[in-house]
Ligand binder design. Structure first.
Ligand code: NAD
Length: 250
């Protein structure tokens, strides 16, 4: 994948940082997007180690900012080979999910706009660049909670992640003849700051459901992203890869 250019959202920490690190190790040039300042230090670190990375501190729900970022990337680089829609949020209260009856419309709307609307806006923006190149890889980070057993997850989150899978399938079909693939990854329980927001007893209950008896790591998800973004996955589109230590079965 050396020489490809990728944009990764939510790259400051957690799974996004793991994905960025793996792509950097594969020789991919990076545009790292996050609301957090830490994303700048990550880009600097990659550059000092011989990579090419740009940090963009931005809220991906800002449609105008997304449009100007992608047109700027198109103008400067003339390409954008890989888009990883990773940034996501999950609202909780005291380390527990919020029941639907107590969920506000504002909780719902914010979750949808980060987890589902922003990936749509980003995909729409990058497609003309990928179509011109006749090659593109879009990987959307969904969740097991958009697939099965939603008991520890809140309603807006599970809905947004199920929606992201449906969206990815439709897009995959629409762009399949343009050399562009669109796939989703559904992580199970992955050790990240977002995961750490769950209380100890919720964590324990989750762990007991994982056949492999360990939580996943950002590197476990990054490996699946690297595969889907590579030429090895040329003939794979519209799919979901479950990366969960077997938890899907339990
Ligand atoms: N950790 C898990 O167990 C798990 C399981 C299933 C799915 N996921 C999904 O994986 C993705 C990454 O999760 P994580 O656990 O690494 O979360 P995290 O909270 O540790 O990291 C998410 C990153 O996204 C950034 N972000 C959030 N909102 C943003 C916005 N509006 N604009 C720009 N950046 C924004 C955050 O600043 C943060 O750096 C999410 O989509 C999440 O839903 C995580």
């Amino acid at each position: 994948m050396s020489g490809r250019l990728a944009l990764v959202t939510g790259a400051a920490r957690g799974i996004g940082l793991g994905i960025a690190t793996r792509l950097f190790e594969e020789g991919v040039e990076l545009i790292l997007v996050d609301v957090l300042d830490e994303v700048k230090a990550t880009a600097e670190d990659f550059n000092q180690r011989g990579g090419k990375a740009e940090a963009v501190k931005m809220d991906i729900t800002d449609e105008g900012a997304v449009a100007s970022l992608i047109s700027d990337v198109g103008r400067r680089h003339q390409r954008l080979d890989i888009l990883v829609n990773n940034a996501g949020i999950s609202i909780k209260r005291n380390g527990e999910k919020i029941p639907l009856e107590e969920t506000t419309a504002a909780d719902w709307t914010r979750t949808m706009s980060v987890n589902l609307t922003a990936p749509f806006i980003l995909c729409r923006a990058v497609l003309p660049i990928m179509r011109r190149a006749g090659w593109g890889r879009i990987v959307n980070i969904s969740s097991q909670s958009g697939r099965t057993r939603p008991e520890s997850t809140n309603g807006p989150y599970a809905s947004s992640k199920a929606g992201l899978i449906g969206f990815s399938r439709v897009l995959a079909q629409e762009v399949a003849d343009g050399g562009i693939t669109v796939n989703s990854i559904a992580p199970g329980i992955i050790e990240t700051p977002l995961q750490a927001m769950y209380g100890a007893h919720v964590q324990q209950a989750m762990l007991s459901r994982i056949p492999m008896k360990r939580k996943g790591t950002p590197a476990d998800i990054a490996a699946a992203v690297a595969f889907l973004a590579s030429d090895d996955a040329n003939y794979i589109t519209g799919t979901v890869i479950d990366v969960n230590g077997g938890m899907f079965m339990t």
